[in-house]
Ligand binder design. Sequence first.
Ligand code: ATP
Length: 238
Amino acid sequence: MSTLEVTDLRASHGQLNAVHGVSLSVRPGEMLFLLGSNGAGKTTLLRSIAGDHRADGGNVVLSGVDVSRDTAHHRARSGLSLVPEGRRLFPKMTVRENLMLGTSTSREGPWTIDAIYEAFPNLAKLDRSLAGKLSGGEQQAVAIGRALMGDPVAVMLDEVSLGLSPAAVEFAYEALLRLREMGLALLIVEQDLNRALTTADQLVVMCEGQVTLRATPRETSLAELAAASFGHKKGEAA
Ligand code: ATP
């Protein structure tokens, strides 16, 4: 059974239809990369799945339970977590305080501060540091840790490597690969097509609110991903 199953999701901003009936599913221990150029509708899709943005239609099913009518808070309590673009940490609070904010879902599960620090020893060293003083990669790791504190079954991450140095991107992806090994379902928005092609289990490309390509890395190429980002469907000349 899929951990996260999204069917025919539609969402808009006023008159603008930003997401036109997108379906996708992510199984336990799977990484689905969602690609597409600026304005393709990726953030709107993630926020609608999380319940932060009201969808116009479609369904979101989490571990077999339809959460489409639930509030964002209820979806989080059901095990769905979103790491937003820009990470949105509280810069004047310490790493530990930021991590503690992730417990607001009050779900039962294995993740505690100690478990996070054990899994990510580099974060343990930063326990008392102010989040605003950390590097981009460290901040991304804190944001991932905060998501884990809610004991999710599915984690969505918007623009994982945006604004990060190559070393910081590696740092963030090491954490994500560990989560995949642990069996979480990961839905990742990424601009770096190379990274997606080398790391993903599934690739979904969007353009103007629609899916233009679905493939596994073996079934596609960098050129095809780039063409799909500009709206070319598979088999069409770029
Ligand atoms: P980006 O990488 O730039 O964030 P994206 O693929 O995440 O792109 P969205 O941010 O979901 O795309 O935007 C989809 C469409 O909705 C775009 O045309 C965008 O201009 C529009 N849009 C996004 N947010 C709003 C908003 N708050 N109000 C009005 N229009 C919006």
